[in-house]
Design a protein around this ligand. Structure first.
Ligand code: NDP
Length: 329
């Protein structure tokens, strides 16, 4: 994986990822270096999929909950808070389909489809974005839309309305959260070979229509969506200034001074309790601070000259710089 698309150090929650597109996206994000959190409604299938990723050498954990249940979603995020699992990337993928003419569709069915495909994205992203904003880290929201975000299709009215809503919800998220360094994007797949489409795949007439009506003349596969998800999951980096100097000098206290315990403590607090000093050996990050009543320092990082900063350290720098820029210093 090239540095440009390296997701090392990031944690990605993919909803509805025990199977289908969600599983493929989780696997792809994990292959790009992310630690992934799988989700679905069934604990057994979530655990099974976590096991598959873990046995392939990826960092994976899972939690089963219904994405339409606001209390259950809040509880999951609170649990990740307690366990020190910061969600940096959310893929709102969970979805259902229900094929019925609009004139025969019960309101309860309409609501179930809207809740699962649209409202859930709001519920999950809200919990994630609150934390991304509070941490000052920014993050990524990736909503799974559909070709029905753009085109009407008969017998899938509620789904079409939900996916059209996903397109505009994504724009609303971008408008509201971009200033907090949260980038929201949507992916709109065409017809993909998954369980959701089983009845269509087995319907010879529909299968022939899919193959004749799209330029590739075939169904898509979940893995074909991975590249876009990794691209969308890669956070934009902010400018960094590096300062090659011996560790212990020119850190939080400024050039020529050692880092005091108090400064180190506040630094670690800002770094979310991570001891970058010991984890990174000779690397250090300095924070902006006020001296003599005025802004004194820009953020900088020290590192042994001639060595690259690790992706984890670069990521901490992104976080701290973003916080520094928006903290009034
Ligand atoms: P699948 O039916 O294969 O998988 C759906 C996943 O969503 C399952 O893991 C399921 O979990 C989960 N899920 C459903 N409801 C909930 C819920 N309330 N809470 C948590 N998880 C839930 O679908 P696909 O992989 O095909 O679809 C994934 C996404 O891609 C959906 O948003 C879909 O609309 C979209 N999409 C799909 C296309 C396609 O052609 N397949 C085309 C365009 C968009 P569980 O197994 O536990 O039920």
């Amino acid at each position: 994986m090239t540095h440009l698309f390296d997701l090392s150090g990031r944690t990605a929650l993919v909803t509805g990822s025990a199977r289908g597109i969600g599983y493929a996206l989780a696997e792809g994000l994990a292959a790009a270096g992310a630690s992934v959190v799988l989700n679905g409604t069934r604990a057994d299938t979530v655990a099974e999929s976590v096991g598959k990723l873990a046995s392939a050498g990826y960092q994976a954990q899972g939690r089963a909950f219904d994405v339409t249940d606001e209390a259950a979603v809040a509880d999951a995020f609170a649990r990740w808070d307690r366990n020190g699992v910061p969600i940096d990337i959310v893929v709102n993928n969970a979805g259902i389909q229900l094929r019925k003419p609009l004139v025969d569709l019960e309101l309860s069915d309409w609501q179930r489809v809207i809740d699962t495909n649209l409202t859930s994205a709001f519920i999950v992203a809200k919990q994630a974005a609150r934390r991304m904003i509070a941490r000052g880290t920014g993050g990524k929201i990736i909503n799974i839309g559909s070709l029905t975000s753009e085109a009407g299709r008969a017998t899938v009215g509620a789904y079409t309305a939900a996916k059209g809503g996903i397109k505009m919800l994504t724009r609303a998220m971008s408008a509201e959260w971009a200033a907090s360094n949260i980038q929201a994007n949507a992916i709109g797949p065409g017809y993909i070979l998954t369980d959701m489409n089983k009845p269509l795949i087995e319907n010879a007439a529909f299968d022939a229509w899919v193959k004749s009506s799209n330029p590739s003349q075939r169904w898509g596969t979940p893995d074909e969506l991975v590249g876009t998800a990794v691209y969308d999951g890669r956070a934009r980096r902010f400018r960094r200034s590096f300062d090659c100097a011996p560790l212990g000098r020119q850190a939080a206290a400024g050039a020529g001074e050692s880092v005091s315990p108090a400064q180190a403590a506040s630094w670690q607090e800002l770094a979310h309790g991570r001891d970058i000093h010991s984890r990174q050996g000779r690397m250090a990050i300095s924070l902006p601070c006020r001296r003599q009543g005025r802004q004194h320092h820009r953020l900088s990082a020290t590192r042994p000259s001639g060595q690259d900063c690790s992706p984890a350290l670069l990521r901490e720098i992104d976080r701290l710089e973003w916080r520094a820029r928006h903290s009034g210093h």
